[in-house]
Design a protein around this ligand. Structure first.
Ligand code: NAD
Length: 339
């Protein structure tokens, strides 16, 4: 069993913990929090040993009825690998701690590429992660872009990509974020950081991205256009999406034309937390004009990177060296059903 610690038990960390617990080859040895919260109660209920960043706060947890197993260093001593899911920018400060304890580490997309010197996506560069000590799983938007770009590049060759990201303003439970009533250009300059981020994983891809934030919480929506080397048929593109383990076709027959309905669909399918781990690609939007491909894809920001973290754990511990095998194991353990 691979012993996994999760440092930072928030939106991403709590999902990674449950995904690890669902795998046959992994075990959660601990999760960490900075202060008592509803998530700490859930960790207790799930039976995950709870560690805290600052032992001076131990009394606050104990008064709230939440037992503390120790501090983050104690947690690292029990682990083969740590998934750092602390807020963006905090994770890099933890690197020295991980090095001190000789524990492998995975960071999230809120950190810069340099925190690990290697950025990961299961479809694109799994073999390069095998036996690595440090890896960064790219952000939710970059993950969604990498999946579709890699799949099309493999079959048809991608000449260039132009993509517009309509980004959610905050996660559903994130009451501190805005905007309340605005479309915020994020950034106003072009390109956004997403294109260069895709190039940390797919360096040869010519990509320009633009992004804006809108006052919604459920998902991001991408408008993707690609110029391909070979001209595909629309049916070929749809077949690739249907067969892909991390892309789902939002069929015309479902009548779904929005993120809200797609999230409701995931909930009705019985997905844990109504999570959509795969890109939700709208069938009716898939259009081929000459050698240009157009489509809309919905990205559930809280979920798509979770499965990537699980594959990164297998690659880095060298326990599975084949991407397809790990992806299949991860999906099966989580109960992926086609959308
Ligand atoms: P979050 O704020 O929901 O959770 C972070 C957790 O870390 C909180 O529980 C907090 O208490 C804890 N924490 C803070 N400082 C800590 C410390 N020093 N030691 C231990 N724990 C600490 O954040 P999140 O949204 O889960 O984001 C985590 C990372 O994942 C970021 O890099 C973010 O950019 C990335 N990410 C987030 C999303 C998303 O949609 N939320 C999507 C993809 C990637």
């Amino acid at each position: 069993m691979i012993r996994v610690a999760i440092n930072g038990y928030g939106t991403i960390g709590k999902r990674v913990a449950d995904a690890v617990a669902a795998q046959p080859d992994m075990k959660v040895v601990g999760v960490s929090k900075t202060r008592p919260s509803h998530e700490a109660y859930v960790a207790k209920q799930r039976g995950y040993p709870l560690y805290i960043a600052d032992l001076a706060k131990k009394g606050d947890f104990e008064r709230a009825g939440i037992p503390v197993a120790g501090d983050v260093e104690d947690m690292l001593k029990a682990a083969d690998i740590v998934v750092d899911a602390t807020p963006g920018g905090v994770g890099k400060k933890n690197r020295a701690l991980y090095e001190k304890h000789g524990v492998k580490a995975i960071w999230q997309g809120g950190e810069d590429h340099e925190v690990a010197g290697f950025s990961f996506n299961s479809d694109c560069n799994f073999p390069d992660a095998v036996n690595r000590s440090f890896t960064r799983v790219v952000s939710c938007n970059t993950t969604g872009l990498c999946r579709i770009i890699k799949a099309m590049d493999r079959e048809f060759g991608v000449k260039n990509v132009r993509a517009v990201m309509v980004r959610r303003g905050g996660d559903p439970g994130d009451i501190k974020r805005g905007p309340i009533d605005a479309v915020v250009l994020n950034p106003v300059t072009i390109p956004s950081h997403h294109g260069p981020d895709v190039q940390t994983v797919l360096p040869h891809v010519n990509i320009v991205t633009l992004a804006m934030i809108v006052p919604v919480t459920m998902m991001h929506m991408h408008v993707v256009q690609m110029d391909l080397e070979k001209t595909p048929t629309r049916e070929q593109v749809i077949q690739i999406i249907e067969r892909h383990p991390r892309m789902g076709l939002v069929r015309k027959s479902t009548g779904i034309t929005s993120t809200a309905e797609l999230k409701e669909y995931a909930m009705d399918l019985g997905r844990a937390r109504s999570d959509l781990w795969e890109n939700g690609i709208f069938e009716e939007s898939v259009s081929v004009i000459g050698n240009e491909l157009y489509l809309f894809q919905a990205i559930h920001q809280e979920a798509d990177v979770v499965v990537e973290n699980i594959d990164a754990i297998r690659a880095m511990t060298g326990t599975v060296t084949d991407a397809a095998k790990s992806i299949e194991m991860t999906n099966k353990a989580l109960g992926f059903t086609p959308i």
